[in-house]
Write a protein that binds this ligand. Sequence first.
Ligand code: LMR
Length: 329
Amino acid sequence: KHFVRALAGISLALGLGGGAWAQAPIVIKFSHVVAPDTPKGKGALKFKELVEQRTKGRVKVEVYPNSQLYKDKEELEALQLGSVQMLAPSASKFGPLGVKDFEAFDLPYLFDSYDDLHKVTRGPVGASFLKKLEPHGITGLAYWDNGFKVFTANKPLRKSEDFKGLKMRIQSSKVLDAQMRAVGAIPQVLAFSEVYQALQSGVVDGQENTPSNIYTQKMHEVQKVLTETNHGYIGYVVITNKKFWDGLPADVKPVLEQALKEATEYADEASKKDNDDAMEAMKKSGRIQIVTPTPEERRALKKAMLPVHKEMEGRVGKPAIEAIYKAIG
Ligand code: LMR
């Protein structure tokens, strides 16, 4: 009798009793720095929705937007330590980790269109970059689109002379640093969460970003002019802690992989529309003047920034840059 009771006790303690508490859910903390109403924010929420639906509560995805949990630099460290399980930093933010290939995405005037970009992110070159994260305890899962960058400042930035001496916020990328210096600006690395404040207080004079980021952070309310240059690209690398991912139960992992595939399609579909809508909303708001450079001005700015490609071969790696050129064709 004693034995039977003891056995029942043990099985309960092991969670074999079938109680609701029997199996603690697997929790995925997904931290990011932008607003929920952006391509990345939407992608993260779609992933949560699909995963929780399909695993029937066995996996819980907690999404923390707007740098609520961690800022740019801290979030990568937190992922490596296992304090969060998923992130989607922009490709510009992997340099400090020691993976410089992703900075190639920052090269000015590299991609002419989303089609060009997808030839890289959806092909073998993109996959080869993801592999480089493994030695850092990180598994690269997918690329998510955002869009093409424009400049904001308190004056139009049509030609390189307009940038002279301006303090411009950049992400932590040496390529972006070189790009700003190429036109005589003074680059300043700041976490995304600090940009609004820095623009408002005049710590920096301007910045570059996608319309969706500018609008959802209300940067257009503290900057006078947006110049539609589309001179570069911002997009994301969805990553996870390798140990966590490798340790997922065999029946759970494929469900997460499928959910991520669908969330990727969802985020990519949202990206162009979100950026177009944000431009429209800013125009309508009347809070910021929108300036469109002439074709000659575009050509001149491109000419001033293009030498950055050659200059950055030593930093990013010539093979990475050439692989991208080749993929684009
Ligand atoms: C930025 O820092 O400007 C962007 O990378 C933010 C983001 O995640 O889109």
